[in-house]
Design a protein around this ligand. Structure first.
Ligand SMILES: Cc1cc2nc3c(=O)[nH]c(=O)nc-3n(C[C@H](O)[C@H](O)[C@H](O)COP(=O)(O)O)c2cc1C
Length: 297
């Protein structure tokens, strides 16, 4: 599929004319017509769902009230979900968390200095600094597993300690680590190389609507949600908690960035379909929920 497909759908649904789309996506009018034909059924589906899409926010808040709650899958004793998703690839160890010491900044200073930082210096992040950022936001200090329950405990809170958020890092400038997309293993505290092609990194940039900071950052953190980990316990109300959980991670990351002379910018403006595709996840059982760019001041 042409990588510009998602942009085309987005622009089309925003009411852009073919001429405007042609200019924005650098496509000829013939190419646009061809795209329109290929995507006819997709566009029709979006059109059919538009009335529901217009009110889904209010419906979501109303229908996930506890008054609608039924017995959850956990209460029904359905098989428990795993706490971590298994992913394979080349492994890169990170500096051990016990040896990290970035205590020079007070919590008050970190909180009061924090700003969304969108311009970064060329200085790379060190592996210790990357390790610290991951330790503060995603690391699992404890893991417990039995037949009825699998659970992690981390430096961020999570509803029922379900920790449904998984962490990918798109490394651009980290000393001694090759650029590429990695998965962070929260128990082993290591990186697993997921995709090292420069094209993939470019797709992350495109998927975030070409926001400049994605390209100039030292690392982009891409958080995905595995909803069943939480809905198994809380039913549909669990969807609320996914976003709340992601917020805690984002804030710990932002404050940790301050502690290592860096800044973060949280990113919610991305094209879901494009980023899910980059991460090779299906968008339903796992989907991108939050992104953050981090770089040195
Ligand atoms: C959920 C969320 C999504 C955001 N998405 C973007 C984004 O896509 N691009 C961007 O430049 N800033 C984004 N921001 C940063 C906000 O614009 C920023 O926090 C706000 O303007 C306040 O500025 P401050 O963070 O410096 O206090 C986002 C922030 C949050 C919390």
């Amino acid at each position: 599929m042409d990588p510009r497909t998602f942009d085309y759908i987005y622009l089309k649904n925003h009411g852009a004319s073919d001429e405007e789309i042609s200019k924005e996506l650098e496509l000829s009018l013939e190419e646009i017509q061809l795209m329109q034909q290929t995507l006819r059924s997709v566009l029709r589906e979006i059109e059919a769902e538009r009335p529901q899409a217009r009110t889904i926010g209010a419906d979501f808040a109303r229908l996930t009230s506890n008054v609608y709650a039924e017995k959850s899958d956990q209460e029904l004793e359905l098989v428990r979900p795993d706490a971590i998703k298994a992913r394979s690839g080349e492994i890169f160890a990170l500096p051990a968390v016990g040896k990290l010491d970035f205590g020079q900044i007070s919590l008050q200073d970190a909180i009061s200095q924090r700003r969304s930082l969108r311009k970064y210096s060329d200085e790379p992040l060190s592996q210790e600094e990357l390790s610290f950022l991951l330790y503060c936001s995603s690391w699992a200090r404890d893991f417990r597993s039995n037949e009825r329950m699998e659970i992690t405990f981390r430096n961020v809170p999570s509803a029922g300690s379900r920790h449904p958020i998984e962490t990918f890092v798109d490394l651009r400038r980290v000393a001694g680590l090759k650029p590429g997309l990695y998965y962070y293993h929260p128990i082993k505290h290591c990186l697993i190389l997921y995709d090292e092609s420069p094209e993939t990194q470019n797709k992350v940039f495109e998927g975030c609507f070409r926001q400049e900071m994605i390209q100039s950052s030292a690392a982009n953190f891409i958080y995905t949600a595995v909803p069943y980990r939480t809905t198994w316990r809380y039913g549909q109300r669990g969807y609320r908690y996914l976003y709340i959980d992601a917020g805690h991670i984002g804030q710990n990351l932002s404050l940790a960035a301050e502690a290592v002379g860096s800044g973060a910018c949280m990113i919610g403006a991305y094209l879901d379909e494009a980023l899910n595709k980059v991460l090779k996840i299906d968008g339903t059982q796992e989907f991108v929920i939050y992104v953050a760019a981090v770089g040195k001041k």
